[in-house]
Design a protein around this ligand. Structure first.
Ligand code: CP
Length: 313
């Protein structure tokens, strides 16, 4: 692959290759010497047009640990504020010869569009409601490590599926890897169209969580609700917030996941989120660095091969 724009374009064997390489980076990140030369000599530019803690920090750390020159564009202080378009901004940066562009943008499809205008590898760090591929990959690695496999698991994705790029990328990935997926939430936040992917849809947490192996909670994405129906947080927590009573319906060894940022007391009870016997939320963050290192390493190998072939032609 030339870019990492979405899970939709990845084949199951490519997902497995990436996760296997990420395992090597988990070991490296836990060692005393966290450095590799995989991106030595390459330049990585991070462009975040939307707020981020986990994704931005882990891409920066990943690039530095792989030996890249990493630049974080401060988009709030950039000429975007003077009206420069996304494409003109990208073309300007492209003229400085970056090798990897990491982009988060509020508009679905913006990162795909940008990838057509530049001649470096582009990684989608989340675009609108469309995709967040590295989140789904780090979630997959977390599940594979916790459950010992990434197939034939019963997985419930709960909450605001409709506005969530995390849900969409996870659905695509977990479906490709032959898992059984349930979507659980109020009908206003769980579009029936996802049933076409073979998911079961529930509006009751008690029924939707019955015997599942993995419970993946999602934040209410109010910033994407465009003036539509926004549930009251108290009512939402009562019916759909994950607490011990609802979790008791899942398999006894079910793991609890959340991509973050979390709203404690809205979609998840704080004690569940902090329960080290059930929650793998901190593991997800750790896997985020390793998965992003693996993704950039693989794209850089392809980039170098393409350039060598062009130079030889
Ligand atoms: N999960 C996730 O994308 O978190 P950030 O918005 O903090 O990057």
């Amino acid at each position: 692959q030339q870019h990492l724009l979405g899970i939709e374009r990845l084949a199951p064997d490519e997902i497995t290759t990436l996760l296997d390489l990420a395992e090597d980076y988990v070991a490296l990140n836990r060692s005393d010497d966290k450095h590799s030369e995989a991106l030595a000599g390459l330049t990585q530019i991070n462009m975040f047009f939307e707020n981020s803690t986990r994704t931005q920090a882990s891409f920066e750390l990943a690039g530095k640990r792989l030996g890249a020159d990493v630049m974080n564009m401060a988009m709030q202080a950039s000429s975007v504020k003077k009206g420069e378009t996304l494409i003109d901004t990208a073309l300007t940066l492209n003229a400085m010869h970056p090798d990897l562009l990491v982009v988060r943008h509020p508009n679905s499809g913006a990162v795909d569009l940008l990838s057509e205008k530049v001649n470096c590898a582009v990684l989608n760090a989340g675009d609108g409601r469309h995709e967040h591929p590295t989140q789904a990959l780090l979630d997959a690695l977390t599940i594979r490590r916790a459950k010992g496999r990434l197939h034939r698991l019963n997985i419930a994705i709960c909450g605001d599926v409709a506005h969530s790029r995390v849900a969409r990328s996870n659905l695509l990935l977990l479906h490709k890897m032959e898992n059984r997926i349930r979507l659980v939430g109020p009908p206003t936040l769980v579009p029936g169209a996802f049933a076409e992917l073979g998911c079961e849809v529930y509006d009751s947490m008690e029924e939707g969580l019955k015997d599942v192996d993995v419970v993946m909670m999602l934040r209410l994405q109010k910033e994407r609700m465009d003036g539509g129906f926004i549930p009251s947080e108290r009512e939402y927590y009562h019916r759909y917030g994950l607490d011990a009573e609802k979790l008791a319906h899942a398999a006894p060894d079910a793991i609890v996941m959340h991509p973050g940022p979390m709203n404690r007391g809205v979609e998840i009870d704080g004690t569940i989120a902090d329960d080290i016997n059930r929650s793998v939320i901190r593991d997800q963050v750790e896997m985020g660095v390793a998965v992003r290192m693996a993704a950039m390493d693989l794209l850089a190998r392809n980039l170098r091969e393409r350039r060598a072939a062009e130079a030889a032609a």
